[in-house]
Design a protein around this ligand. Structure first.
Ligand code: ADP
Ligand code: MG
Length: 830
């Protein structure tokens, strides 16, 4: 592989410290041997020449070809982390961004190990933690972390190279970084301190970067790393199971394990709960005990495995033919090829579904491991080790195994074809998790996992017809979610006309407009001029400069609504409480009861009991007092307060139905946010005392007002009896953002209280539209705290709509918010 079409770029001026040295690395022989097998090692020369000669280089290669672990080492050896900046007098760092935290942590550990260096030199930084030191030479970080660093130092002067990894994932921050770096690289060049940019991607749709003239005026060279991909035979199901894909996975794994030669199995499911439940079922069916004697008498299929694997059909993944299906043959759901060699694998697979939950004595034990992003790193690392002798490895994973992590020894992939995604309404931000079909590109990535070390098989639990209906690629994240946090970060970088930014794929104009609107309402952007024609006004709106408040907000590593709450909390010693509430709101579910559906009635009752016990415990900390009015946010604050009061132990959490992990995460977030606050207001001098005194009555009032100020656009009012047109909307609320009314979620402490005015943290769509994280609001606060939302006087019959430029879509314009909710503001003295 050679650089394709090496278009000459601006002649590189010899940098003041163009690396010329070779920095030796002391690797163990085992590591060295493993490295030599990676396809990218054959390309080291080509890669380094391209990097030395071009400011921007794109490296494409199949997952597992060694990009993430090896390219930083090439750069290190070539001296990119050793030359000293003549101005700063410090050595440069090699920076690598990853869209997933899992990858940043695990890759930094792997590279440190391969290079025989400590975590002081090969380090990581993710949003809330890291081990970076003054000696750090190679720094893995999440893309969001680098974006924050650009805010502090636009030229990224401490880096000599930036690697943007997994660019094909098209995460929102990765996209923005590429846009920003397309401008930073020429700027650094002008300053005589060239910065190298390396974009690494799986071989997917690289044209979005290379052929984008807004992004790069000169097309960067693309180095294609030829991965040693063995052929993978793809087997489609005849029929697509509609609901029970998890059960189908179980049956498929059982059959593979019983019938097919040795080789690891990788199953793709959609979520953590499913992963665990399948792991349990499989462990029960094929138990593995340490010291298992099975390995003394390997069953036939192991003895013949080498013979059989030679006989595997050679079908290239990129040109596989769809396996013809015999319609009459209902039970055989591991379809065989009509290829002659296929019949070797085609042992009797039609063994029905009975009895598979029972222990099977005839098979090897299965060494079953879960893998998902929230799994503790040391448990994740298990998948990289070889399974105990005499067992077969079976990894049950979510999407993380698709491209971020490569598991060795996988020969069989079982792909349910689904993925769990969070869907947002771009305007209202209402989100819901939905399980949907993956894209064709994802399906092919998943299949490719089977052919890393030898030819493999991929069993797709859906028919080829369904596959043909999949979208080709999944759309970039930036086009799918609300972008207010991104826009605030960009404004803080003084990018005012966001619409002109060189996005690899621009977000929809309506999403930009909605974000701008929200940020103006929060006071993070300066108000646009209100005179002039409507069109000009709206155009101006998409280029409002940041306000001083916005600058403060942008420094906090949380969403703008929460950042506003933090920025307002310096009064009355409220900061520690706001920090706690914001931390708790950022962490997924605090209570076991609402974390996942109970599997039995007994369990449900048990969880209810724990919850009651918790509410009692909370009173021990907070008393009976005024905190109740904070609603769900009070419960969050109380959960942390009571838990820390009791020393935040696992046993306390278990007894009271709290998620221990969530509590630990909150503690970490509190520390992080406190540091962030201290760095913004040097005189704040906060320190985290995990144990808090409960807030006073006055503080609770302030906290409620702070919450209202931050979540102002999430205001809702209960539909009054006289307004009720349809009984189905009894106890429902009208919100400013949604057409249809919504309900308070049953998990809320205000579920039965039904205050007239509330603000909510988010609306989620499950069986109905529900508000979660609800707290009560006093009506007279609204005009005082949310002037931009207020309009005094009678509601209009036809509120003036506001149009979103370029789309013709009607947005919910601020002055109309109150018309839509349909209430008259109470007269108040302000
Ligand atoms: P790419 O970035 O091209 O997908 P990687 O550099 O991530 O490739 O992986 C290269 C190889 O290193 C893979 O074969 C993978 O299995 C191996 N590897 C990665 N992390 C670890 C680890 N923690 N332990 C053992 N092997 C690992
Ligand atoms: Mg990688």
């Amino acid at each position: 592989a050679a650089p394709s079409a090496p278009v000459p770029q601006a002649a590189p001026s010899r940098a003041p410290c163009q690396p010329a040295v070779f920095i030796p690395v002391d690797r163990t022989p085992e590591i060295q041997e493993a490295r030599l097998k990676l396809p990218i090692l054959a390309e080291e020369q080509v890669v380094m020449e391209a990097i030395n000669e071009n400011p921007i280089v794109i490296i494409c290669g199949e997952t597992g070809s060694g990009k993430t672990t090896q390219v930083p080492q090439f750069l290190y050896e070539a001296g990119y982390a050793s030359c000293i900046d003549s101005i700063l007098g410090e050595t440069f760092t090699i920076g690598i961004t990853e869209p997933r935290r899992v990858a940043a942590v695990s890759m930094s550990q792997r590279v440190a190990k391969e290079m025989n260096l400590s975590h002081r030199e090969v380090s990581y930084q993710i949003r809330y933690e890291g081990n970076v030191t003054d000696e750090t030479k190679i720094k893995f970080m999440t893309d969001g972390v680098l974006l924050k660093e650009i805010q502090k130092d636009f030229l990224l002067s401490k880096y000599k190279v930036i690697i943007i990894d997994e660019a094909h994932e098209r995460s929102m921050f990765t996209d923005i970084l590429i846009g920003l770096l397309s401008r930073i690289v020429p700027l650094r060049h002008k300053k005589g301190l060239p910065l190298k940019l390396i974009i690494m991607s799986a071989t997917l749709r690289v044209e979005d970067f290379t052929d984008n003239t807004r992004l790069f005026s000169v097309k960067p060279p693309v180095i294609q790393v030829d991965a040693r991909q063995f052929p993978v035979t793809v087997h489609f199901n005849k029929k697509t199971p509609l609901d029970d894909y998890s059960g189908e996975c179980f049956r498929k794994v059982c059959k593979i394990h019983r019938m097919l030669p040795a080789g690891g199995i990788l199953v793709f499911l959609t979520g953590q709960a499913e992963v665990h439940s399948l792991c349990r079922r499989l462990r029960k069916a094929f138990p593995y005990q340490k010291n298992n004697s099975c390995c003394l008498c390997p069953p036939l299929n192991v003895l013949f495995s080498s013979f059989l694997s030679q006989a595997l059909p050679k079908i290239d993944l990129n040109s596989y033919s769809v396996v013809p299906v015999d319609e009459g043959d209902e039970d055989r759901d591991i379809d065989s090829d009509d290829d002659a060699a296929g019949s070797d694998l085609d042992l009797d697979l039609g063994d029905g579904d009975s009895g598979e939950d029972e222990k099977s004595d005839s098979s090897l034990p299965l060494f079953v491991l879960p893998l998902y992003s929230l799994l503790a790193p040391e448990k994740q690392a298990k998948v990289f080790r070889s399974p105990p002798a005499g067992t077969r490895l079976c990894v049950v994973a979510t999407n993380v195994a698709e491209t971020s992590l490569t598991i060795p020894g996988i020969k069989y992939v079982v792909d349910c074809g689904k993925v769990k995604r969070r869907f947002y309404d771009r305007i209202t931000g209402v989100s819901s998790f939905r399980v949907t079909w993956i894209s064709q590109a994802s399906a092919d990535q998943r299949a490719g996992r089977a052919g890393r070390t030898e030819p493999g098989h991929c069993y797709r639990l859906y028919s080829s017809a369904v596959f043909m209906d999949f979208e080709k690629f999944s759309a970039p994240e930036i086009t799918k979610r609300p972008v207010e946090d991104l826009i605030l970060q960009m404004k803080a970088l003084n990018i005012e006309k966001v619409i002109n930014f060189p996005f690899p794929t621009p977000p929809p104009t309506e999403a930009l407009a909605a974000a701008e609107e929200l940020l103006i309402a929060l006071g993070a952007l300066k108000e646009p001029p209100t005179t002039g024609r409507l069109k000009e006004q709206l155009a101006a709106k998409l280029s409002c400069p940041i306000s001083p408040l916005g600058r403060v907000m942008a420094t906090f590593p949380v969403a703008p609504r929460y950042a506003k709450m933090l920025a307002l909390s310096r009064q009355h010693d409220c900061l520690p409480y706001t920090i706690t509430i914001v931390s708790a709101m950022t962490v997924r579910e605090l209570f076991e009861e609402f974390d996942r559906p109970a599997v039995s009635e007994e369990e449900a009752a048990q969880l209810k009991g724990k919850r009651a016990r918790f509410l009692q415990m909370q009173k021990v900390w907070a008393g009976q007092g005024p905190m109740q009015k904070l609603g769900d946010l009070m419960v969050m604050l109380g959960a942390v307060g009571a838990c820390e009061y009791a020393g935040c132990t696992r046993s306390f959490c278990e007894e009271n139905g709290l998620r221990y992990k969530a509590m630990l995460e909150i503690r970490r977030l509190r520390g992080q946010l406190t540091t962030a606050v201290n760095s913004v207001c040097a005189d704040a001098g906060l320190y985290v005392d995990p144990k808090m005194k409960p807030p006073t009555e006055a503080q609770v009032t302030y906290l409620r007002q702070i919450v209202l100020a931050g979540l102002g656009d999430h205001l809702a009012r209960r539909i009054q009896a006289e307004e009720l047109l349809d009984d189905k909307w009894k106890n429902a609320y009208k919100t400013a953002l949604l057409e249809d009314p919504v309900f308070i979620h049953p998990s809320s402490v205000l579920f039965k209280e039904l205050p007239e005015f509330v603000v909510y943290q988010e609306i989620v769509e499950t069986t109905k539209m529900y508000m979660k994280g609800v707290s009560a609001v006093e009506p007279e606060w609204i005009p005082a705290l949310l002037p931009p939302y207020c309009h005094f006087g009678k509601p209009l019959e036809n509120p003036p709509p506001s149009y979103c430029p370029g789309t013709g879509r009607v947005l919910c314009h601020r002055p109309s918010v109150f018309y839509r909710v349909g209430w008259q503001l109470p007269a108040v003295e302000v």
